[in-house]
Design a protein around this ligand. Structure first.
Ligand code: NAP
Length: 376
C-alpha cells in the first residue's frame, strides 16, 4: 500500500485538497501520513471515520524518505528547504506540490491534466518524478480557453485579474473578514437611511486609514478597496504574479518562450474565494463569435459558456457563484470595437479547486491509475 505523506494539509489549499479527496474516496487503498511544520504530535485529520496518527515533523528527512509520494501544500519556502536535500539523499518518490518553487525546474512538470494530460503521460514515461500545480489564475485561464489554444487561435492575451483574498492563504481570509467587521463597527451609528450619507462615507474612510485597522497580512485595507499589486517586484515593472502568466502558460502547453505573449495587471479584490479575470485576446484570425463560443465550450468537461446577457452574467459569472464549484464559467464574449480579431472575455473560477487542489488530487489519481503506486 503506497505511503503518501501530506504536508501543509491544514492551510487553505490543503484543507480544500483534504475535502476533495474525502469526497472522491481518494484515500481508499492508500496509507496516508500527515506532517506539520508547527503541530508535530497533534492528531492528524479524521479520514474515513478513522483518526490519524499524531503528525510527524515535516522537516524530518528520514520520515519523509519513507514515503512513496509526498503531496505538499505548505508553501515555497518549505519546498526550497526540503526538496533538494531529500532528492540529494536519493529519495526517488513522487513529489506533488502546490507551491511555485519547482515549477520551472528542468525535471518537473506543471500539471493541469484536462489541458496537458498528454504531456503528463510523456513525463511519467520519461521518469519525471516532480509534479507541480500551476499558478491559480494561469490554470483557470487555460481551463477557460483550452478550446482556442488547441486551435492555435490565440495570438496574444492581456488578462486583468480580480483575485480573491483566499489566494493569499488562510490568515489573509481572516484578515479580510476582520477588516469588514471593523468597517461595520465604525459605521454602525451612520447606517440609518435618515442619517447624512457623508457621515457614513467619512466614518468608513477614517476607519480604513486608522492605525488600529487590521492590515498585518495584506499591508493595506482590502475591504472597501482594491490592491493593484500581488507578489514581489520583477525587473521591468511587472509583479511576479503578472510575470507568471506567459511563462507558465508556455510551460504547461509546451510552447516556445514568447510564442504567445500574455501580460496584464493582477489586482487583489475583496472577494473571499474565486479569482476572476477580464481578458483581451487578439485572435490569429477573424473567427465568428458563435464559432468561438462552440470552440471554447468544447475545450474540456468543466468550461461553461455564459451567454453575453445581463441577468445570466450577474447570476453565473461572479466569484460568489463560482466558489466551491469545479465549473469554470466564461462569458462577456464579444468582439471589441478595435476589430474582428479582438475578443473580450470574462472568466471566473474557484482558484482553490482548479487553481490549486484539484490538479494535485488528480495527479495522485493518475499515479494510482497508471499502477505507478500500489493501492490495496
Ligand atoms: P496557508 O493557508 O497560509 O497554509 C500554509 C500552511 O500554514 C498550513 O498548511 C499550515 O502548515 C500553516 N499554518 C499556520 N497557521 C495556520 C492556521 N492558523 N491555519 C491553517 N494553517 C496554518 O497557505 P495556502 O494558501 O494554502 O498556500 C499553500 C501553497 O499553495 C503556497 O505555496 C501557495 O502559493 C500555493 N497556492 C495557493 C493558492 C491559493 O489560492 N491559496 C493557489 C495556488 C497555489 P503547518 O501545519 O505546517 O503549520
Amino acid at each position: 500500500m503506497a505511503r503518501v505523506g501530506f504536508v501543509g494539509w491544514r492551510g487553505m489549499v490543503g484543507s480544500v485538497l483534504m475535502q476533495r479527496m474525502i469526497d472522491e474516496g481518494d484515500f481508499a487503498g492508500l496509507s496516508p501520513v500527515f506532517f506539520s511544520t508547527s503541530q508535530v504530535g497533534v492528531p492528524g485529520p479524521e479520514v474515513g471515520g478513522t483518526a490519524s496518527a499524531p503528525m510527524e515533523n515535516a522537516y524530518d528527512l528520514d520520515a519523509l524518505a519513507a514515503m512513496d509520494v509526498i503531496v505538499t501544500c505548505q508553501g515555497g519556502d518549505y519546498t526550497k528547504a526540503v526538496h533538494e536535500p531529500l532528492r540529494g539523499r536519493g529519495w526517488a518518490g513522487y513529489w506533488i506540490d502546490a507551491a511555485s518553487a519547482l515549477r520551472l525546474e528542468r525535471d518537473s512538470l506543471i500539471v493541469l491534466d484536462p489541458v496537458n494530460g498528454d504531456r503528463i503521460e510523456r513525463a511519467l514515461e520519461s521518469g519525471i518524478r516532480t509534479y507541480v500545480g500551476g499558478n491559480c489564475t494561469v490554470s483557470l485561464m487555460l481551463m477557460a480557453l483550452s478550446g482556442l489554444f488547441r486551435e492555435s487561435l490565440i495570438e496574444w492575451i492581456s488578462p486583468m485579474t480580480y483575485q480573491a483574498a483566499s489566494g493569499a492563504g488562510a490568515a489573509n481570509m481572516r484578515e479580510l473578514v476582520a477588516q469588514m467587521g471593523a468597517i461595520h463597527a465604525g459605521a454602525r451609528n451612520h447606517l440609518d437611511p435618515a442619517s447624512a450619507i457623508l457621515e457614513l462615507d467619512r466614518s468608513v474612510g477614517a476607519t480604513l486609514m486608522a492605525d488600529a485597522f487590521p492590515r498585518q497580512h495584506f499591508g493595506a485595507p482590502l475591504a472597501g478597496n482594491v490592491l493593484p499589486w500581488i507578489d514581489s517586484e520583477m525587473p521591468g515593472g511587472q509583479s511576479r504574479e503578472e510575470w507568471k502568466a506567459e511563462v507558465e502558460t508556455a510551460r504547461i502547453l509546451g510552447l516556445a518562450d514568447g510564442a504567445v505573449p500574455i501580460d496584464g495587471l493582477c489586482v487583489r479584490v475583496g472577494a473571499m474565494r474565486s479569482h476572476a479575470q477580464a481578458l483581451t485576446i487578439r485572435l490569429s484570425e477573424d473567427v465568428p463569435i458563435d464559432r468561438i463560443e462552440s470552440l471554447i465550450a468544447g475545450g474540456n468537461d468543466w468550461v461553461r459558456v455564459v451567454p453575453n446577457e445581463r441577468e445570466r452574467t450577474l447570476q453565473q459569472l461572479t466569484p460568489a457563484a463560482a466558489s466551491g464549484r469545479l465549473d469554470v464559467p466564461i462569458g462577456r464574449l464579444r468582439k471589441l470595437s478595435m476589430g474582428g480579431r479582438y475578443l473580450a472575455a470574462f472568466t471566473v473560477g474557484d482558484q482553490l479547486l482548479w487553481g490549486a487542489a484539484e490538479p494535485l488530487r488528480r495527479m495522485l489519481a493518475i499515479l494510482r491509475r497508471s499502477g505507478r503506486i500500489s493501492v490495496e
